[in-house]
Design a protein around this ligand. Structure first.
Ligand code: MF3
Ligand code: CO
Ligand code: CO
Length: 283
């Protein structure tokens, strides 16, 4: 059992991290203008925290140190680090290195030259969550890692690009699959994007590969994440004994990028952007 980092009393916790636990309420898929205003702020803060975490990535740094940065910066901005105590997750940040697909648990593992690491930050602020992640290089990447990361970012960009009212949710996966097929990458299906707002994860579930049977269409006011995970080869994952860490079954690398997106009347707005819209690895 890992001792959880502490959160000061003035920080409002999400229901799952309160003594009473979660209520059974199911919030709607279309957000009110007031809720959207709160989501813009939660999204912006999540992005600011992610930028500080990524700036701390360096050879020799432990993932626990990145977790500490995430935890302290989130609290300093008045937010709660959503992963902490979410369904038993023990840390405030997810750190997924190399063959880890997602949900890596920060530890004493030190970053070494040539690693790629995804840092996934979610912040609960003013009753809503904002969720974003990026993959960055530690030192100098191999060519395989470099192009994987660049193409995964482009896959996210292409998934976001098609978002507007009336579009079926499976167009996201279709756009991503069309783009990555020539590279022979495996698109992870076991984890997907998700509706987000008052809840960390809520409908719809967004598959990043083409899903024929999906009928649901986007409507203005919906908020959800797009967060493709691309594996160098095999798309399948295995979960380690810690119950969280998802790894590729072939041990080869995986990369991921994530944004929280709002459907607007004439297109979309990315809620987890700030002043510099470029991903960290391009700055
Ligand atoms: N942030 C992740 C996502 O994009 C979820 C992490 S769940 C946790 O959906 F418990 F591992 F934090
Ligand atoms: Co997410
Ligand atoms: Co996330």
């Amino acid at each position: 059992m890992i001792a959880l980092r502490t959160v000061p009393d003035h920080i409002v916790r999400p229901p799952y991290a309160r003594p009473g636990g979660e209520t059974g309420e199911r919030p709607g898929l279309i957000k009110s203008d007031a809720l959207i205003g709160r989501m813009r702020r939660a999204g912006r803060v999540a992005r600011e925290v992610l930028d500080e975490v990524l700036a701390a990535v360096a050879i020799g740094v432990t993932t626990d140190e990145l977790d500490r940065v995430c935890h302290e910066v989130t609290i300093a901005k008045g937010g709660y680090p959503s992963p902490l105590d979410y369904r038993g997750f023990p840390k405030s940040l997810c750190t997924s290195i190399n063959e880890v697909v997602c949900h890596g648990i920060p530890s004493a593992r030190r970053l070494v030259d040539g690693d790629i690491i995804n840092c996934d930050v979610t912040v609960y602020l003013d009753g809503v969550h904002g969720d974003c992640s990026e993959t960055v290089f530690v030192g100098t990447p191999s060519l395989v890692h470099k192009v994987l990361v660049e193409r995964t970012y482009e896959a996210l960009r292409r998934g976001i690009e098609i978002v507007r009212p009336g579009v079926r949710f499976n167009e996201i996966g279709r756009a991503i699959e069309r783009y990555v097929a020539p590279f022979g990458y495996g698109i992870v299906r076991e984890f997907g994007g998700h509706g987000i707002g008052e809840l960390f994860h809520m409908p719809p579930n967004i598959v990043h590969a083409y899903e024929r049977r999906e009928r649901l269409k986007m409507q203005a006011g919906m908020t959800f994440t797009i967060e493709p995970m691309l594996n160098v080869c095999d798309p399948r994952c295995a979960i380690l004994a810690d119950g969280w860490t998802a790894v590729t079954v072939d041990g080869k690398a995986s990369a991921q990028f994530e944004h929280t997106v709002l459907v607007t009347p004439d297109g979309h707005e990315v809620l987890t952007l700030c002043a510099d819209p470029r991903p960290f690895f391009q700055r």
